[in-house]
Write a protein that binds this ligand. Structure first.
Ligand code: AMP
Length: 143
């Protein structure tokens, strides 16, 4: 199962934000869309970072409410691990486990074409396991 298959059902929409937006603005967007991370795009629409709930919690722990008015570029992660549409779900699980993060933007020729969260991966794996056990049940019943 590839990233392309997941995107074909979940869609390619990615909620993004600019680096000069404040943490307060980022929190409002995360809350509105009920998501855990925002991809940060630079002026030329290139991915220049990712900001997740964890970055916000860290900034608040370090600088308390003062952090809310700061540009999010100060606490985003700048080296973003990405994937492509032809990567497999196992590739993503490995990258997420190794990197200890739950979001991976999908890129095609430097263009952002989607995002996969750990929730998408779990949902896809559960579906796959259900289909496998159904096939096994059918096989046992007809044997
Ligand atoms: P998450 O588990 O995705 O909420 O993120 C945990 C930490 O990893 C935060 O510091 C994020 O900014 C960072 N992070 C999330 N996704 C990625 C990614 N694809 N590449 C690099 N860092 C990431």
């Amino acid at each position: 199962m590839t990233v392309k298959t997941i995107l074909s059902t979940k869609g390619s929409e990615v909620i993004t934000i600019g680096p000069t937006a404040t943490l307060e603005e980022a929190i409002a967007i995360l809350t509105k869309h009920r998501i855990g991370a925002l991809v940060v795009l630079g002026a030329d629409e290139r991915v220049i970072g990712i900001l997740s709930e964890r970055d916000i919690v860290r900034a608040l722990a370090e600088r308390s409410a003062n952090a809310l008015k700061e540009p999010l570029a100060q606490c985003m992660t700048r080296i973003v691990v990405t994937c492509s549409e032809c990567d497999t779900v196992s590739d993503l699980m490995e990258r997420m486990t190794h990197g200890r993060f739950r979001h991976i933007p999908v890129m095609e020729q430097d263009r952002l074409v989607g995002i996969i969260s750990i929730g998408d991966v779990v949902k896809q794996r559960l579906g796959e396991m259900e289909r496998e056990s159904e096939a096994l049940r059918d096989y046992i019943q007809t044997a």
